[in-house]
Design a protein around this ligand. Structure first.
Ligand SMILES: Cc1ncc(C[n+]2csc(CCOP(=O)(O)OP(=O)(O)O)c2C)c(N)n1
Ligand SMILES: [Mg+2]
Length: 361
């Protein structure tokens, strides 16, 4: 018997009948989205000032990330790419820790051992950001298989982009997930670009979601600018996974407003008019309109939300910048439980250089 799999288009709040975003939490979700946007704008500016080294902005993807994060449970595991700042924040990652990592100071949770913007948060089950495209996908499936064997009732979710659907790991991960019916949610943020490669050059498939059908499970296309629609889609996929009914691929259609990263200049490959048009459906403005219509927010209240976010960002960054720099000797720590002979040798050489005043500790 073959099981029915389906491609569905979750339109607006239709799917929300079953999984409506709780009204009481809408304003909080908005605050997270605004905080993410303000952090984004600040980070682009800080990188230009040379105060952080690198950053990958998420502007335009706030509803997709916040909506998905709200549909998860604390015990679930997140396997992100490198653009999922808002997911981390909603799960409780402190903004200060985000900045500590971007600065690479002595309070950086990963002690300067990762490239900037590659944070991980153990307490939030938020695995280290993956820059090699797609690697987090197979890891999420592997972790889900482990959970199945241990009878842990958790779900793993992996975030990736449209470009990642061309990676080997996407196909290997999807295949294993389908065969073993793993409790995995594949969350693709189709932001229309993979650096300078447009979506239409990525695949001939009309949607990315339909790729799930070939692996024997369902795919859903969702408006990624609509917080409620994303929440409903992920809540449903999560429930299916937790019930032992297998994985789901969700394609959240969004648009990347900013550059791919601080190393990119999108004016060289995409027309400004496309960005202007996409900004007409800015997820933050869409949610604001809903909040105003439902009398959950007014204009003065909105101004306060933005001001509070700005103050929080300035304060958290100041603290991170003022924290002492990381000691260079940490270079030799935290990689091997027992330092290798070569590492010991390098450490002695380094200590001699410090003793002779050639380098600062
Ligand atoms: C295996 C691998 N190949 C190429 C790259 C270079 N690279 C970095 S980001 C990127 C585009 C990814 O696009 P997408 O998956 O759509 O995610 P987005 O950046 O748009 O969120 C590429 C090709 C890489 N990091 N890893
Ligand atoms: Mg993309």
């Amino acid at each position: 018997m073959t099981e029915a799999t389906a491609l569905s288009h979750a339109a607006g709040d239709s799917g929300a009948a079953k999984h409506a975003f709780p009204s009481s939490k809408l304003l909080d979700a908005y605050r997270w989205m605004v905080l993410a946007r303000v952090t984004d704008e600040r980070c682009l500016s800080l990188q230009r000032q040379g105060r952080i080294g690198f950053y990958a902005p998420l502007s335009g993807q706030e509803a997709a990330q916040v909506g998905a994060a709200y549909a998860l449970r604390p015990e679930d595991w997140v396997f992100p790419a490198y653009r999922e700042l808002a997911v981390a924040l909603v799960r409780g990652a402190p903004l200060r820790s985000v900045f500590d990592q971007l600065v690479g100071n002595s309070t950086d949770l990963v002690r300067g051992t990762q490239m900037p913007n590659h944070f991980s948060f153990r307490s939030q089950n938020f695995v280290s950001a993956s820059s090699p495209i797609g690697t987090q996908i197979t890891q999420a499936v592997g972790a889900a298989m482990a959970a199945q064997r241990r009878h842990d009732s958790i779900v793993t979710i992996t975030f990736f982009g449209d470009g990642a659907t061309s990676s080997n790991d996407f196909h290997a991960g999807m295949n294993f997930a389908g065969v073993f019916r793993t409790p995995t949610v594949f969350f693709c943020q189709n932001n229309q670009w993979a650096i300078s490669l447009p979506r239409e050059k990525q695949t001939r498939s009309p949607t990315l979601a339909e790729k799930a059908l070939a692996y024997g499970f369902s795919g859903v296309v969702v408006d990624g600018n609509d917080l409620g629609a994303v929440y409903a889609a992920v809540a449903e996929a999560r429930q299916r996974a937790a019930n032992g009914d297998g994985p789901t691929l969700i394609e959240a259609q969004v648009y990347r407003f900013g550059p791919h990263s601080t190393s990119d200049d999108p004016r060289r490959y995409r027309p400004e008019a496309q960005v202007t048009e996409a900004r007409q459906r800015d997820p933050i403005q869409l949610l604001k309109a809903r909040l105003l219509a439902e009398h959950l927010l007014d204009e003065p209240g909105d101004a306060k939300v933005w001001e509070a976010a700005r103050q929080e960002v300035v304060r958290a960054f100041e603290q991170a910048e003022q924290a002492p720099p990381i000691e260079a000797a940490t270079l030799f720590e935290n990689v091997f439980a027992e330092p290798t002979p070569r590492l010991k040798e390098e450490r002695s050489e380094y200590e001699a250089l410090v003793r002779d005043g050639v380098v600062k500790p």
